[in-house]
Design a protein around this ligand. Structure first.
Ligand code: AMP
Ligand code: ZN
Length: 493
């Protein structure tokens, strides 16, 4: 029997505002879509929190025996600076400022994003589709929405007709708003606007002469509206109905609200069965956000190269820190909290080391079966990782107090405790033993020190051919040597 058949998983569905029993549409298959980053700048730690939360969800579903198809997009076109369909394309703007091709910007930050997520030990999604790779599908969906009478064309742009949609549907149901409230919250159309109603949103936008990223369409040259790509790519790869759609809380409105409307208009039915939203990471009480500059980059965090931290922290410590909060609650980041998390992480890992050495035999009152049930119960209660971690520490307390040669556990119980601890710490929470990461780093430091010494010896001997060869070949590997007055250091690009 698969684990998912023994476990009743409940998750909080943002749409119904209730914890609901998770029933996969086609078990053992599960389809999960998560809104990915807009790749116009480095990801900050807030973005990472959302993706790490859904990595944990993916890991737990997989642990339960589901075969999850996990789709997370890369937004590489169509995301404008302003939610009201105005302003420059974020990627186009960055490309203009840096005098690069938009696709160079996309490539740079996509690779950076993947590298950071790799450091956090996040498993890559099964499919990582891009908006620019699905222009044809998006045009087809625009046509379908128009055929359903829910969109209209004006001067080369196509807008979703929210009022029309709202006659038989509720636009605002996900974010819990009524259309009247939404309408009163928008500013009046200024006569310049092509929209019939301020709430209408672009699903296809005419490209101005300066707009670089543009494609042919039945309505002339233009580009897709940002919300459209997620409707199109989720259903393309997961079916017209699929299990889970995730993203950060800030995407509920308007992004996800628009997705719901687009899918219903195009396919006659809603696509998503369970909407899940991760909450925001704050820094000193304020939401981390690119636009306000209140951010911390993962690079600064790992090196400690920032005045916001007293030292650097290993990615697994940061991941553990995040897992100490429930994904749906707000969580504040601070140096002190991270220092405490580091202590906790080390204690957990030491406990795990000791557990591997324990022998069976003797007596104890630690009930492994009950403990294991409690761990699953925590995860089955809307992925409650802080409660799970509290249970892991109960096991650590037992291990620390146990006689290593006669732990008091039977062979079966000891094996079960070891297997479960391993599964929860490494497979579900996705932590890695810090010394593994640090160990690799220390080895590289040692090798580099050796090479720097050999190069210095070559230079002292005026063997320029050899010293240049060392420098150039390291450079080709992406490792730069920097000669300073205190000696030579290296950096990796
Ligand atoms: P963006 O690249 O701005 O579209 O954001 C990518 C993802 O990061 C989205 O799912 C956002 O909801 C999420 N996100 C942005 N800021 C934060 C934050 N401070 N905490 C958690 N998630 C965030
Ligand atoms: Zn999206």
């Amino acid at each position: 029997m698969a684990l998912y058949e023994e476990n009743e998983l409940y998750l909080y569905n943002s749409l119904t505002r209730k914890k609901e029993k998770f029933e996969a549409l086609n078990a053992p298959l599960v389809g999960m879509y998560v809104c990915g980053p807009t790749v116009y700048s480095d990801v900050h730690l807030g973005n990472c929190r959302t993706f790490i939360s859904f990595d944990m969800v993916y890991r737990y579903l997989t642990h339960l025996g589901y075969k999850v198809r996990y789709v997370r997009n890369i937004t590489d076109a169509g995301h404008l600076e302003n939610d009201a369909d105005e302003g420059e394309d974020k990627i186009g703007k960055k490309a203009r400022l840096e005098e690069l091709e938009p696709m160079e910007i996309v490539q740079r930050y996509t690779l950076g994003f993947r590298e950071v997520m790799g450091k956090f030990n996040a498993i890559p999604p099964s499919i990582e589709p891009t908006a620019t790779g699905h222009i044809i599908e998006q045009i087809e969906t625009v046509k379908k929405i128009m055929e359903a009478g829910m969109a209209y064309e004006v001067n080369g742009s196509v807008y979703f007709d929210v009022e029309q949609y709202n006659t038989d549907n509720h636009y605002g149901k996900l974010s819990g708003r009524k259309i009247e409230e939404l309408q009163s919250g928008t500013r009046e159309l200024d006569g310049q606007s092509e929209k019939r109603n301020p709430l209408d949103f672009a699903i296809w936008k005419k490209a101005s002469p300066a707009h670089i990223m543009r494609w042919n369409s039945p309505w002339g040259e233009g580009f897709p509206g940002w919300h459209l790509e997620c409707s199109v790519m989720s259903t393309k790869y997961l079916g017209e109905q699929f299990d889970i759609h995730g993203g950060g809380m800030d995407l509920k409105f308007p992004h996800h609200e628009c997705e719901i409307a687009q899918n219903k208009a195009a396919n006659g039915d809603e696509a998503v069965r369970y909407w899940m939203h991760g909450n925001m990471l704050t820094l000193n009480g304020q939401r981390m956000s690119k636009s306000t500059g209140n951010t911390l980059n993962p690079g600064e965090l790992f090196t400690g190269n920032t005045d916001k931290l007293t030292k650097g922290f290993a990615p697994s410590v940061v991941r553990f820190f995040m897992m100490q909060a429930h994904y749906a609650s707000q969580f504040d980041f601070s140096n002190e909290a991270l220092l405490a998390a580091e202590k906790g992480f080390n204690r957990l890992m030491e406990g795990w080391q000791k557990l591997q050495q324990l022998r069976s035999g003797g007596t104890s009152d630690f009930n492994v079966t009950q403990w294991k049930q409690a761990c699953y119960a925590a995860m089955n209660d809307d992925f409650n990782t802080p409660i799970l971690i509290a249970h892991l520490f109960e096991a650590v307390r037992f291990v620390n107090a146990a006689d290593p040669n006669a732990s008091g556990l039977s062979d079966v119980d000891l094996d079960s405790l070891q297997t479960s601890m391993h599964a929860f710490i490494f497979d579900v929470l996705g932590l890695e033993e810090a010394n593994e990461q640090e160990g690799q780093h220390n080895k590289l430091d040692g090798v580099m020190e050796l090479l720097i010494k050999l190069r210095k010896a070559a230079r002292d001997d005026k063997n320029w051919a050899l010293s240049d060869k060392i420098r150039d070949e390291l450079d080709a590997l992406g490792i730069q040597l920097k000669d300073g007055k205190d000696g030579t250091t290296y950096s990796i690009n």
